[in-house]
Ligand binder design. Structure first.
Ligand code: R5P
Length: 283
């Protein structure tokens, strides 16, 4: 039985359709005081799959509520987008390691369970879970979609060194060059940013990253690559968090198109990770 949390209903439906499993009917609402209410209306099977991204604090509460209902069952928990993954370290004294705190809160519900994440921002977070856990990689699904666009003389760019592994995987799928944007300090006040080795002039560029949040990282990268003569610039990201005016920033910077997956259900979520999740659940 597949249970779709409120942040992942469409994805849960797609996974249930691929696996030909029952999709549970659930009721989610918010009380007038802001508290969350959850009811799984369909009687539970012994083996349960819960699919719930956690982009907001309320989504975390819904996830805990679902896990509490299923506490006596064998649970496979899929968290396609794991919020707080960028709080994976203590950067300043007095700060929590929020990603660890969340794993600690989830662990008691997963004693007979397992967890599947998708392109977790910091793989070190996986060590805080006490059950089998895997990190699924949606890069090749995005690359396949890019391949269908018929781009010319393509180059894959990572906006920083951190996403270079993703860029390398994408470039291998596309059979093209890849590079990352490197900042070089010219003086105390001047910094220049450019691809470390590869020239982009006249070429179609695809920037790959794990997520787009405010859009600031990508907007800066798009503008830079356009200044350096890139022909068309596409974005491919696994998690379209897209806060505030992110999409406006990206299009104002001259992006040709934004492609993202349905780990979060947004207008740009045109590549589904459902086949990837279904395959992992079958294994
Ligand atoms: C950073 O390490 C991440 O991989 C993303 O590049 C970053 O979180 C994107 O954030 P924003 O869209 O707010 O620049």
């Amino acid at each position: 039985m597949i249970i779709g949390g409120p942040a992942s209903q469409l994805l849960a439906g797609r996974v249930a359709a691929i696996l030909n499993e029952t999709l549970a009917l659930c009721d989610y609402k918010t009380f007038p005081d802001g508290e969350s209410y959850t009811q799984i209306v369909t009687p539970l099977d012994d083996e349960i799959v819960i699919i719930q991204s956690t982009p907001t604090d309320q989504d975390l509460v819904y996830l805990l509520q679902l896990l509490d209902v299923c506490r006596d069952r064998r649970v496979s928990l899929v968290i396609p987008y794991f919020g707080y993954a960028r709080q994976d370290k203590i950067f300043k004294p007095g700060e929590p390691m929020t990603a660890r705190a969340l794993a600690t809160a989830l662990n008691p519900f997963l004693q007979n369970g397992r967890v599947h994440l998708v392109n977790i921002h910091a793989p070190s977070i996986m060590a805080h879970f006490q059950c089998p856990i895997e990190n699924l990689d949606a890069t090749s699904l995005l690359a396949e979609r890019i391949a269908s666009l018929g781009l010319k003389d393509t180059v894959v760019i990572s906006p920083d060194k951190g996403a270079m592994a993703m860029a390398k995987t994408a470039a291998a799928c596309l059979g093209c060059d890849c590079d990352y944007l490197q900042k070089t300090r010219l003086s105390g006040t001047e910094v220049s940013t450019a691809p470390k080795e590869v020239a982009v002039k006249g070429r179609d560029v695809v920037i790959f990253d794990d997520m787009i949040a405010t859009g600031g990282t990508m907007a800066t990268a798009i503008a830079l690559l356009r200044q350096q003569g890139a022909s068309r610039v596409y974005l491919a990201a696994v998690h379209p968090v897209l806060t505030g005016s992110a999409i406006l920033k990206l299009y104002r910077s001259g992006v040709e198109a934004v492609l993202a997956t349905d780990t979060l259900d947004k207008g740009v979520s045109t590549v589904s990770v459902a086949p990837l999740i279904a395959k992992a659940l079958r294994a």
